[in-house]
Each structure stands twice: as structure tokens, then as C-alpha cells.
Design a protein around this ligand. Structure first.
Ligand code: MG
Length: 443
């Protein structure tokens, strides 16, 4: 069993996450990477102080220095690691419920470590091959500002003056976590009039669940429906994702955000696109306009990022609000997504709803269910039902019928099953949802 899931180590303190693992991971990262210092950051979860202390202690025990970046989005520490060519450890459970926390390693390029690097770090932990220093070489810690270089990096990709001149109004839901330290700074730099929600740090997440799904955003939707905001944005707990509401308060599907940003980037430069198999065929229609290809991967941001590098592709994104532009950072970045949306809006006189309505109308339905019964048997049965479709097993089972698909997969971060159904036709969506629910009921 691998220590690292899709997106790092996740668990509940002293139940499924032993704080001593923080100490060991700190030592392992300090042992593995050849740098004098390791950066650490955290989100607002209740155990941030405990786990960051354990991780820091481990790093110093291996003779390396700790650079404490404090409350910072994951892409914020990643940009810091990239600029300074040093590894990092982010203490976060991203969008998971409040009881979870987690540990995520960042490589010196700012990206998630490769599978190979992860295995080496894991083997240092399992074999206890830690480097332990002596009294005269023990590490020290200091603090540093990662917000300023992060915002500067995000701003370097957009037309700042064009956005400033528009004086956009933006509502931002910071999820009581990391983006409260950065999104207001970004919006201030772009001379927007902005209103923030859930902008105090609180590990109990009193404002809302940290996963930015439409169901969790009722307060932001109420604010956006006043019609006073050109755009509204909501982040997940660690700020690597951003989802948006239009000027009327309607939730914009993540697939459409990826398509809109891909289209905007492709207007200026050419390159291939990378998306997971859970993305609709909308992105293929955008790629066709520019004569570029779409590469599909398993679900999960690290594999999308890794494929972007391996295939030297231009841009990638996930339908859950994560977008990746490797020239900026080879990882998802919610502030970058927000900056790009404002850049798109500044390049036209149309409201965001009108830009969205011009995209081919592929819909995507996501169903999240507890994992029970025999999953492999379920996939076998599904394979029989969809024997006339084209089937792939890149991640779970995906059955494709022309530009429609149904995908059944296990989550990499939670004990749940995720089902994605995409089509332009509501009848097709309804029919597949009925079938799959019937199938699950008998499993
Ligand atoms: Mg996240």
C-alpha cells in the first residue's frame, strides 16, 4: 500500500494520520533532496501548528534549515519552491472535510514529485534510512514572505492595465483558509472592487465545506445574485482550484472554464492540451479550432501535470476547477485561473455569461457515492451494459458513444466512487444516470 495517495498523504489526526509521520516525512525530504533548506506552508486546519512543528523538527533533525511560509495556498509555496529551487512540504487536506489533514511534498521545480521520486522518499521512510545530523550541524528555522513573489508570478501572465481600466467588481469566497492571504492581494493589485466571504482562518470551516461544489456555495450564490458583481470566485481549502459564478450568480461548469481559458491561451500561442478522462468533449471542439490535439489521462492533477511535461504540452485542466499552465507553474493554481478569467473579460466588452453561452453546450453530471460492494464486479457488469460503446480502462471504466460518455471510478483521496456522465442531451444524461443507479442498487 502506497503512503502517498493521488495528492499526497491524507488522514484524520491520531486515527489514520500519525503526527510522527510528519517528523519522518520532514527527515525523509531533507535526506532525499540536495538543498540546504526545505520550505513549509499550511492551510487553516486545526492541526496545522502541530503538524508543521513535527515536519519542521524532522527537517532540522536531518541538518537542513526550515523556511516557514505560514498560511499560504499550495500554488503559493510551489511558486516559492520553483523560484528558489528548493523542495517543500505543504500541510493541507485541500478540499476534504474539516477532520482531515495531510502532507504534500513539493519538488524543487515547484511540481508534485514524480512517482519514482515519491517511491524513493517512501522507501527512506519505510527503511528508516534517514540522515540524522549531529549537535553542531542541526538545522534552524526562519520565516519568509511567499505571497509577494506568488502574486507577482500570477500577474506576469496577464494584461494588468487592461484589467485595471475596467474596474471589475468581484466577490471572492476564500473558504476560511489559504486564499484569504492571497486572493484579496491579487484583486487589490488589479484595482477591482471586491467583497470577500469566509476570509478569516478557521479550521472548523464554519462558512462552508472546503470543497467548492455548487451545493456548498449557497452564500456566494446569494451574494452573486444581487447582480453587483461581474464575476464571483470560490476556492478550495488549499487554493489550487477556483470555480466561478457569472454576473447573474449562475455556477459556471468547470469544463467551460477550462475551455474558455484554453481558447484564450491558444489565441496567442499554439500547443497541445491535456485533460483527464472525466472532462467532456467540449475541449476537443476548442482544440479543433486551432488544429491542436487533446491528450487524455487518468483523473488527478499530478498525472495531468506530469503528462504536460512529458508531452511538452501547452495547457491542461480538470473539470473540478483546476487549471495548469506549465509556463507559469506545472501544477494547478486557483489565483492564476482567476487572473485568466479577468484577462478574458478585459479582452472583450461582453459579460462572462455571454462568453460562456457561445461555447458548445456539453453538460456534465457528477455523482458521488460511498464505496460499497465489489467494485470490480460492478465494472464487469457495466462493461456488459455498455458493450456497444467504446470502452477504455485508463481509470475505472469509461464508455464512450460518439461525443457522450459515462465514467465510473474510485476516488484516489476518499472512500467513495465517482460517476461522471457527459452529453449535450439531457435525455442521454437521464438514461445513463437511471442505468447506473439501478446497477449500484443491485451491487
Ligand atoms: Mg486543492
Amino acid at each position: 500500500m502506497s503512503l502517498f495517495g493521488t495528492n499526497g498523504i491524507r488522514g484524520i489526526l491520531n486515527e489514520t494520520l500519525d503526527p510522527e509521520l510528519g517528523f519522518k516525512l520532514g527527515m525523509a525530504v531533507a535526506t532525499y533532496y540536495d538543498s540546504e533548506s526545505v520550505a513549509i506552508g499550511y492551510d487553516s486546519r486545526t492541526s496545522y501548528d502541530l503538524l508543521s512543528s513535527m515536519v519542521s523538527a524532522g527537517i532540522m533533525n536531518s541538518g537542513k534549515n526550515v523556511i516557514k511560509l505560514g498560511l499560504i495556498p499550495t500554488p503559493g509555496i510551489q511558486v516559492y519552491c520553483k523560484i528558489n529551487s528548493l523542495p517543500g512540504i505543504m500541510i493541507t487536506a485541500s478540499h476534504n472535510p474539516p477532520e482531515f489533514n495531510g502532507l504534500k511534498v513539493i519538488g524543487p521545480t515547484g511540481a508534485h514529485p514524480s512517482k519514482d521520486e515519491e517511491e524513493k522518499i517512501e522507501s527512506i521512510i519505510s527503511n528508516e534510512h534517514f540522515f540524522k545530523t549531529t549537535w553542531d550541524f542541526v538545522g534552524r528555522s526562519r520565516t519568509d514572505d511567499a505571497v509577494t513573489p506568488y502574486i507577482k508570478a500570477v500577474l506576469s501572465n496577464i494584461s494588468i492595465n487592461a484589467i485595471k481600466n475596467r474596474r471589475f467588481s468581484v466577490a471572492a469566497d476564500c473558504a476560511n483558509s489559504t486564499t484569504l492571504a492571497t486572493t484579496p492581494v491579487l484583486l487589490e493589485s488589479l484595482k477591482t472592487h471586491y467583497l470577500t466571504l469566509n476570509s478569516n482562518p478557521d479550521g472548523f470551516f464554519p462558512g462552508r465545506n472546503p470543497e467548492p461544489t455548487e451545493d456548498n456555495l449557497s452564500d456566494l450564490i446569494t451574494v452573486a445574485k444581487t447582480g453587483r458583481f461581474d464575476l464571483s470566485v470560490a476556492h478550495d481549502g488549499d487554493g489550487d482550484r477556483a470555480v466561478f459564478l457569472d454576473e447573474k450568480g449562475n455556477f459556471i461548469d468547470g469544463d467551460k472554464v477550462v475551455a474558455l481559458i484554453a481558447d484564450h491561451i491558444l489565441e496567442h500561442e499554439k500547443g497541445n492540451l491535456v485533460v483527464p478522462i472525466s472532462s467532456s468533449f467540449l475541449i476537443d471542439r476548442i482544440a479543433e479550432r486551432y488544429g491542436v490535439n487533446v491528450i487524455r489521462t487518468r483523473v488527478g492533477a499530478p498525472v495531468v501535470a506530469e503528462t504536460l511535461t512529458e508531452r511538452n504540452a501547452l495547457f491542461g485542466g480538470e473539470e473540478n476547477g483546476g487549471i495548469i499552465y506549465p509556463k507559469h507553474l506545472n501544477a494547478r493554481d486557483g489565483a492564476f485561473a482567476l487572473a485568466m478569467m479577468l484577462d478574458i473579460m478585459a479582452s472583450t466588452n461582453e459579460p462572462i455569461s455571454s462568453l460562456i453561452s457561445k461555447l458548445p453546450n456539453y453538460k456534465i453530471r457528477r455523482i458521488k457515492l460511498p464505496l460499497k460492494g465489489n467494485f470490480d464486479l460492478l465494472l464487469e457488469k457495466a462493461k456488459q451494459i455498455y458493450s456497444n460503446y467504446s470502452i477504455d480502462n485508463i481509470d475505472g471504466l469509461r464508455a464512450v458513444d460518439r461525443d457522450n460518455f459515462i465514467l465510473i471510478r474510485k476516488s484516489g483521496t476518499e472512500p467513495i466512487m465517482r460517476i461522471y456522465i457527459s452529453s449535450k442531451s439531457d435525455e442521454w444524461l437521464d438514461a445513463r444516470e437511471r442505468e447506473v443507479r439501478a446497477l449500484l442498487a443491485e451491487n
